[in-house]
Design a binder for this molecule. Structure first.
Ligand SMILES: [Zn+2]
Length: 318
């Protein structure tokens, strides 16, 4: 693990051992007063990270704990709880799920049985629970992570944001204010950001990726720029931005402009290819972006991203 999480130039390469008991706390960083961070590996889910390939965090207040995201398996969720118990005996009062992709959501099963916990998520999470996509993701993980997926069930949130529900919820807990906002479906079936007001920390989930190529296989790619503009205007005094993947970052937040440049370049290339009448295969093959070729997860994600963007734009253009 790197020494510091904030602005860390390199991500952790943390091996999750298959036989470690769930009572063993997951490693964590203190990134601000009362604020703790689980720093996931930069990778696809595999036998090394065993689902610890995204970030999560928690905030301790005098009236209880709020948790943001639950990582990729019930086992990791249980190890998050063990870490929280190492820091505080305060009850866990809230779990906020930024969106329902497995790396942020599948650990929620571990939290669901905590007495009086409230689980907050986008209305899209509830939609996602009934799609074949989640069945496939669960089946895939159960094959090589059977122990970690033990006791998995698709958690349905108690409090929904967006999709006809309020677009914004304010949670007050032990002198801290957590403003949670619907940011549409730029990345998934429904995405949230959370503003930890007094501490000026913005949890942006997968609105920008730090130190890796983004994943675009879901949601609406066209909304990314608009949502990035929105956080820029809405939160002019952010002190620390915490993404769903990669290190937390201080101003001027290059991860936001990097993600945007990647998305915009890809979109422009694909749009031009469609307008020239190129087939999906040709457009994807010609869509390489030199600047990002050496970035982590480029080889794995770029061609999937190009595919998805082609299909999205094709529908829009014709
Ligand atoms: Zn993610």
């Amino acid at each position: 693990m790197p020494k510091e999480a904030i602005n860390s130039p390199r991500p952790p390469v943390y091996v999750i051992q298959a036989n470690v008991p769930d009572a063993q706390p997951l490693p964590y960083y203190k990134i601000a007063p009362d604020t703790y961070f689980f720093f996931g590996n930069i990778a696809e889910v595999d036998g090394v990270n065993r689902g610890f390939n995204g970030n999560a965090g928690f905030v301790v207040t005098r009236d209880g704990v709020l948790v943001l995201d639950a990582l990729g398996t019930p086992s990791l969720g249980r190890r998050m709880i063990a870490a929280i118990r190492e820091v505080t005996s305060q009850p866990i009062r809230y779990l906020v799920i930024s969106h329902a992709h497995p790396d942020h959501y599948f650990g929620a099963s571990a939290f669901a049985d905590i007495p009086d916990i409230r689980i907050i998520s986008h209305a899209g999470t509830e939609d996602y629970v009934y799609t074949p996509t989640i069945e496939r993701s669960v089946a895939y993980r159960k094959v090589f992570l059977p122990r970690e997926m033990y006791h998995f069930h698709a958690v349905v949130p108690d409090l929904l944001i967006g999709g006809g529900n309020p677009a914004h919820v304010s949670v007050k807990l032990g002198g801290k204010t957590f403003e949670i906002y619907d940011t549409g479906s730029h990345h998934s079936h429904g995405d949230l950001v959370m503003w930890q007001k007094e501490d000026r920390i913005l949890w942006i989930s997968d609105l920008a990726f730090n130190g890796r190529v983004t994943f675009i296989g879901d949601g609406h790619v066209n909304e990314i720029d608009a949502m990035q503009d929105w956080i820029d205007k809405k939160f002019p005094d952010v002190g620390l931005m915490v993404p769903g993947h990669g290190a937390p970052q201080t101003a001027p937040f290059p991860m936001v402009s990097n993600t945007r440049r990647y998305v915009d370049t890809l979109t422009e290339k694909i749009r031009a290819a469609i307008l020239q009448g190129q087939s999906l295969q040709d457009a994807v093959r010609m869509s390489g972006i030199k600047e990002f070729e050496s970035w982590p997860l480029y080889e794995l994600n770029h061609w999937i991203n190009a595919n998805f963007v082609y299909q999205t734009l094709e529908q829009e253009l014709f």
